[in-house]
Design a protein around this ligand. Sequence first.
Ligand code: SAM
Ligand code: SF4
Ligand code: SF4
Length: 359
Amino acid sequence: MTARHIPIQLVPASAPSLLRPEADDLTQAVPDSLGRPMRDLRISVTDRCNFRCTYCMPKDRFGRDHAFLERSDLLSFEEITRIARLFVAEGVRKIRITGGEPLLRRQLERLIESLARLDVELTLTTNGALLAQKAHSLADAGLNRVTVSMDALDDTVFGRMNDVGFPVARVLEGIAAAEGAGLGPVKVNCVVKRGVNDCQILPLAEHFRGSPHILRFIEFMDVGNSNGWRMDTVLPSREVLARIDAAHPLQAVAPHYRGEVAERWRYRDGMGEIGVISSVTHAFCGDCTRMRLSPEGRLFTCLFAHEGHDLRAPLRTEADDDNLRRRIRAIWRARDDRYSELRGDATRPDKIEMSYIGG
Ligand code: SAM
Ligand code: SF4
Ligand code: SF4
């Protein structure tokens, strides 16, 4: 198999001046300091979860006494919608609802309904536990698609990953319900930890082969401070592809658009497509167009950031939307994050947790 290479292109700070509108011109999208436009907004609606995936919320750090955010700390749906509308005016074209486990947030459908009125692609990432019961109401509210996380096909291995003994069958029911509700094809995300669930690569691939769903393998990342990440626990995407290719030959597929995070591959026999997300071995910061909003309204310009920008206070005191837009724009304009490309500081102890900001 020939490994395909996606070139990383960093646009230099001296990008063409066409990309640099006047400070007060609120009609044009503004690039960050590395020339990247703002296109995606990830909204984390809760820091709570009904799983304890060892790579995300290990039980010893997220036990009974863990101080989760209080309900009163969370942005209301009205506040989230107001911010989202400003982001769309700033050029955002995709909004993903995430968490924690987003389906734990009460009446989430109300938020989906408001966000669906914006001119964006609206998606949600879930562990699938509550999807079977909620797929239809989410679709009725206007959700476009879902991504479901699923790290194994075998119950024992899956239980070891989610650490609450949650059965595979119920996640599969959720995926089927999503498809039935018109939220498919579903993207299925599998985080691979060497020696823990890499035995599940082929079974998962074979389960979804021939279905409309797209299985994507994600390299285990050093996000947060609590998941015990070490480089030798990462199974590089090249190895994932080699294992699948040996059983079912693969062929590279061109990305849908510049900056697509997952590298696409199709089965040569026409039985569908898979993806790999090589966040560790092949960083894609050069094309990273994402902003992240935390459950209580802090804005993060990178998954590996250690501090966010508070939007909740200005949101609650600032009546003028233009002023809020200027604030968002200034944060984006100053953005110079490229953690994964540098990966110099994997051990710094103050990174935000994935369960707080969402993947
Ligand atoms: N609870 C939902 C779920 O699991 O789909 C949404 C939030 S979860 C933080 C979002 C995504 O981040 C999931 O697909 C999860 O597998 C991924 N993720 C969490 N920790 C990760 C890590 N250390 N490395 C790679 N992916 C991770
Ligand atoms: Fe929960 Fe998702 Fe994190 Fe697993 S990955 S602990 S399901 S937030
Ligand atoms: Fe984007 Fe930060 Fe991830 Fe790089 S490390 S791709 S800048 S979120």
